[in-house]
Design a protein around this ligand. Structure first.
Ligand SMILES: O=C(O)CCC(=O)C(=O)O
Ligand SMILES: [Fe+2]
Length: 194
């Protein structure tokens, strides 16, 4: 069993459609990867995804949704949570992916990511069985078991679902096989970090 929380219907369908339409019209920059040293880099062999410059209203809307969930996350993961890092709006086009990684709270890495406790992902759209229908194929969020040897779960939840997991959980996004996958990711830092 992986230690994660799945919460369906965190954002209403009408709001999701508006968010998707606003985002689909945007250009963006290739997203970067946090490194062990104090830099971030675009590493296309590790992560291929576009980070979108979302409108302020969209940022506020999703931020409020994430902040409302903080007490439930603290209770489920039994960890006091502090501030929410700035949201990242992500667009994975066909062929885009993110290899297995951890988001933070890993003892060997002493950069800013060490303060992250909970990763939180909102799925703005959902899986589509066939190319041409709205949504995407592939693109599962795979969470690996904490022991790292056996067990994982591959998630492709419906639009509006939030998935939260400990930042140190190894996870990956499998390549998108058709369509466009839209997610928002952010991290709650530890209760005693600034
Ligand atoms: O888009 C996702 O489902 C997760 C993205 C991710 O793991 C990350 O940005 O660190
Ligand atoms: Fe991640």
């Amino acid at each position: 069993m992986t230690d994660h929380l799945t919460l369906a219907n965190c954002v209403a369908g009408t709001e999701l459609s508006a968010l998707c339409a606003a985002l689909q019209a945007l250009d963006g920059e290739p997203a970067t990867v946090s490194g062990a040293s104090a830099y971030t880099a675009v590493l296309p062999l590790m992560r291929r995804v576009t980070r979108l410059d979302a409108p302020a209203t969209a940022i506020q809307q999703v931020e409020q949704c994430f902040l409302r969930l903080r007490p439930s996350l603290e209770a489920h993961f039994d960890v006091p949570l502090g501030r929410l890092e700035p949201l990242q709006f992500l667009r994975y086009r066909t062929g885009d992916f993110f290899v297995a990684h951890q988001d933070g709270n890993t003892p060997l890495i002493r950069d800013e990511t060490r303060h992250r406790r909970i990763s939180i992902v909102l799925f703005l759209n959902g899986p589509a069985p066939t190319p041409g229908s709205p949504g995407y194929g592939g693109g599962e969020l795979v969470l690996h078991n904490r022991t790292g040897t056996t067990g994982h779960c591959a998630l492709a939840p419906s639009a509006g679902t939030v998935v939260a997991f400990r930042a140190e959980t190894t996870h990956e996004v499998l390549p998108v096989t058709h369509g466009e996958r839209l997610t928002v990711i952010a991290w709650f830092r530890s209760g005693d970090a600034r």
